[in-house]
Write a protein that binds this ligand. Structure first.
Ligand code: URA
Length: 200
């Protein structure tokens, strides 16, 4: 069994918070073990809770379209959430739930070892860009320890607010060049100031 499947089994046994009582299925995440890009959303919704898979409802269909716009299939990337169980009535995750679940996401990142982490929405942004505001930093990247961190609005936000659609679509299409630019730069020289497209 792969390390990732073993991790999924461990996550499925987690009962650290109340959310475990109400879940239909746990939603650990899915995608390629060798994915270069990892997308991190907020929490499973109703559809995800039913199927045990991330981003399979309306926001997920839109995420699939966004991936298609940069010629990626969901099987080529890795998709996870900050928390692995659905909050009842799709309420916002609580700080304790986020901190309880943090270890799972950290282990996923360790195993996938992505070149780029794309945060979708403010909960995952807060983990990697603490204290920042999404309206200011969406569409900008930072490179730390050879990983590119890139913040985007949540696809569900763009579904609810038409004006965000163009923004999220424009932010998505910057991903391939950011990735290519980062990959062309030898490790020793990968300083943020040398990456023209990166915010420092
Ligand atoms: N929204 C999320 O943040 N994650 C999902 O998996 C689905 C909707």
């Amino acid at each position: 069994m792969s390390a990732l499947s073993e991790l999924y089994e461990e996550i499925a046994l987690c009962h650290q918070c109340e959310l475990a009582k109400y879940r239909t299925r746990v939603v650990p995440g899915e995608g390629a073990e060798n994915a270069e890009v990892m997308f991190i959303g907020e929490a499973p919704g109703w559809h995800e809770d039913q199927q045990g898979r991330p981003f399979v409802g309306p926001a997920g269909l839109y995420l699939d379209q966004l991936l298609t716009s940069i010629s990626l299939k969901r099987e080529q990337v890795y998709i996870a959430n900050v928390i692995k169980c659905r909050p009842l009535a799709n309420r916002d995750p609580l700080p304790t739930e986020i901190s309880n679940c943090r270890k799972w996401l950290e282990r996923q990142i360790e195993l996938i070892h992505p070149k780029m982490i794309v945060t979708l929405g403010r909960y995952s942004m807060a983990m990697f860009f603490p204290g920042k505001s999404i309206s200011k930093i969406h569409g900008t990247a930072q490179k730390r320890d050879n990983v590119i961190y890139y913040a985007m609005y949540h696809p569900a936000a763009a579904l609810h607010q038409q004006s965000l659609r163009q923004v999220i679509e424009a932010d998505m299409i910057k991903i391939p060049s950011l990735l290519a630019e980062a990959k062309n730069i030898p490790e020793a020289k990968a300083q943020p100031q040398q990456l023209t497209m990166f915010e420092v």
